[in-house]
Design a binder for this molecule. Structure first.
Ligand code: EPS
Length: 390
């Protein structure tokens, strides 16, 4: 399975193609649109989201709502393109009139400067437009199709916010809750956090930060349950599934760190506090008494819930502009002020959830014959029974 996306933030549309989704899977388009709406939401978003109303169009690979096994092609239109139709016109030649709003003052922490140097762009808008997190809308559309595939196989994924700036929204690991319970709690507020009592103080923090012209990052957690043991492999470094998941999560804009389970705490804890002791019961087979390692041993799923943590840096576009240098005059000045979010931690939690779903769907379809969903279900059910009998 593989996928690719194309499209600029203020261009006509975002486009995505995914190949490798089995034939015979019924796709609920409303569910994709709900995921897109969740990605647009959250406290601390800027004004762009008042313009956009993301809706997916499926233009290949689907017939009467059922996948054909051929590549799926998806489109999400950028409504804001109406305001940029000359400046971001894909085909009309450049003129003085349609090359206004040049970006020549690179924003620190954004792709602007290095992207310009690498691709020889003098107008850094050519970088900004693609490096913008707008692209994550189409990754969520693709990810939701993968979530629907995983759900058909009994595997559930949820992403939520665990920390905003330095304020922790819950006490860390939440293994007592299953994915459905986490979903219900985090969808009850606009911060996607578990502890409703923290909502007001985090709103205050975001409001204060916005007034100061600054931005906030945070920590995201993804939990996946009912994953069969043995996805990924210890035999070679590039077959380890935790490494692939970490790569996909790092591939989400502004993510600076990824860990599994107790993560960096494992470095200071004693071995006896870190290893998850093994238990057995005849009905369910082997299990673990705890889940400090976040569902991975030897690069393989071990049958416990997968727990992934992702650290997001604050948005690099600040209303309080930072020091930079004009790429033409080479004179120091303050970076361009562009419209921005105060924090994108809520949308990022949806995006991280979805890229995890894509990577897991890839792992499952690589491991089992997956031309048709019913055959794939049968193979996974047989495999699950074999694991219990081991
Ligand atoms: C972004 C800047 C803002 C965000 C955008 C990401 O867009 P604009 O420059 O049009 O105000 O709203 O995110 C989205 C459009 C989105 O759908 O998530 C950036 O510079 O990365």
């Amino acid at each position: 399975m593989h996928y690719i996306t194309a499209g600029e933030s203020h261009g006509p549309q975002l486009t995505g193609i995914i190949e490798g989704i089995p034939a015979g899977l019924t796709i609920d388009v409303d569910e994709i649109n709900q995921a897109l709406a969740s990605r647009q939401g959250g406290y601390g978003r800027g004004n762009r989201q008042k313009i956009e109303h993301d809706q997916v169009e499926i233009v290949g690979g689907l017939r009467h709502g059922v996948t054909l096994g051929s590549p799926l092609a998806l489109v999400v239109k950028n409504r804001d393109h109406a305001h940029w139709s000359e400046i971001m016109n894909p085909t009309s030649p450049a003129t003085p009139a349609n090359t206004v709003r040049r970006v020549e003052h690179p924003r620190p922490g954004h792709a602007d400067l290095v992207g310009g140097m690498k691709y020889r762009h003098r107008d850094l808008r050519n970088v900004l437009e693609r490096s913008s997190a707008r692209e994550t809308a189409i990754r969520v559309a693709i990810g939701n199709i993968c979530e629907q595939l995983l759900a058909a196989l009994g595997i559930q994924v949820i992403g939520y916010v665990q920390q905003v700036g330095s304020v922790k929204a819950d006490d860390g690991i939440s293994p007592a809750l299953n994915v459905a319970q986490i979903k219900e709690q985090v969808e009850a507020n606009d911060l996607r956090i578990l502890d409703q009592d923290k909502v007001a103080s985090i709103h205050d923090l975001i409001d204060q930060t916005k007034r100061a012209g600054d931005t906030l990052g945070g920590v995201i957690r993804v939990v996946v349950e009912n994953v069969p043991a043995g996805l990924g492999s210890y035999v070679s470094w590039d077959t380890k599934l935790d490494a692939k998941l970490a790569g996909a999560v790092m591939g989400v804009n502004a993510i600076k760190g990824v860990s599994f389970g107790d993560g960096f705490k494992d470095a200071t804890n004693l071995g006896s506090q870190v290893m998850d002791e093994i238990s057995y019961d005849p009905a369910n087979g082997f299990s673990r008494l705890t889940n400090h390692l976040g569902g991975f041993e030897g690069g393989m799923t071990n049958g416990m819930p997968i727990i992934i943590n992702a650290a997001m840096k604050p948005i690099p576009t600040l209303y309080k502009p930072l020091q930079t240098v004009d790429v033409n005059t080479k004179k120091p000045l303050k970076a361009n002020v562009e419209r921005s979010d105060t924090t994108a931690i809520v949308p990022a939690s949806i995006v991280v959830e979805n890229v995890v779903a894509i990577e897991l769907a890839k792992a499952v379809t690589d491991a089992f014959e997956s031309s048709n969903i019913e055959r794939l279900k049968g193979e996974i059910d047989r495999y699950r029974r074999e694991l219990v009998e081991y």
